[in-house]
Design a protein around this ligand. Structure first.
Ligand SMILES: [Fe+2]
Length: 175
């Protein structure tokens, strides 16, 4: 039995506030991709799904005169750092296992290189999964951040993914 589910996370107002900002449909799509990749690779599906869901929770709104300012974003963005911290705080508050919370936070921290001055990070398998899952759902011009999904449908997708995670975990422990 997991301490925290995706639905628990989404019911928290902090998650709703920030995940709708960077695109809820994208967060859910990345969570599904991360789950499937982790399952194929024998990595922790629960950590993968949660890190996928929360990977963009650190975004700030870089708007100027009502329009997204890409230069301002490029110059100032630290969403991976902010997201790692914000997700960690939220997970601990919800009662997440601290080792899982740390691994989820690190996968969020390393899901992009955009904040690093140079060079590639050496990623663990789960960290690589989150980066790939994010790239799978990317659309040109950042359109993936603007795809809409209503809250009811979002909740149903998360419940379905929670059921998939729980049944994979119980299959593993049975077999
Ligand atoms: Fe993303």
């Amino acid at each position: 039995m997991r301490d925290v589910t995706l639905t628990n996370i989404f019911q928290h107002r902090i998650a709703q506030k920030y995940l709708t900002r960077s695109g809820l449909a994208h967060a859910i799509a990345v969570s599904y991709h991360a789950f499937h990749l982790a399952k194929e690779q024998g990595e922790d599906i629960d950590i993968a799904a949660k890190a996928g869901f929360l990977h963009d929770i650190g975004h700030y709104t870089w708007y100027k005169n009502g329009k997204w300012d890409y230069n301002l974003y490029k110059q100032n963005d630290i969403h991976a750092i902010k997201g790692a911290e914000r997700a960690h705080k939220l997970l601990i508050r919800l009662g997440e296992n601290p080792i899982k919370a740390k691994n989820i936070a690190l996968a969020i921290l390393f899901h992009t290189d955009s904040f690093l001055p140079g060079g590639e990070v050496v990623r663990s398998p789960i960290q690589t999964i989150i980066k790939l899952a994010d790239e799978k759902d990317e659309e040109p011009g950042g359109a993936h951040h603007y795809r809409n999904i209503d809250l009811d449908r979002a909740m149903r997708s998360l419940q379905r993914l929670d059921e998939m995670i729980d049944s994979s975990i119980s299959d593993e422990s049975a077999g």
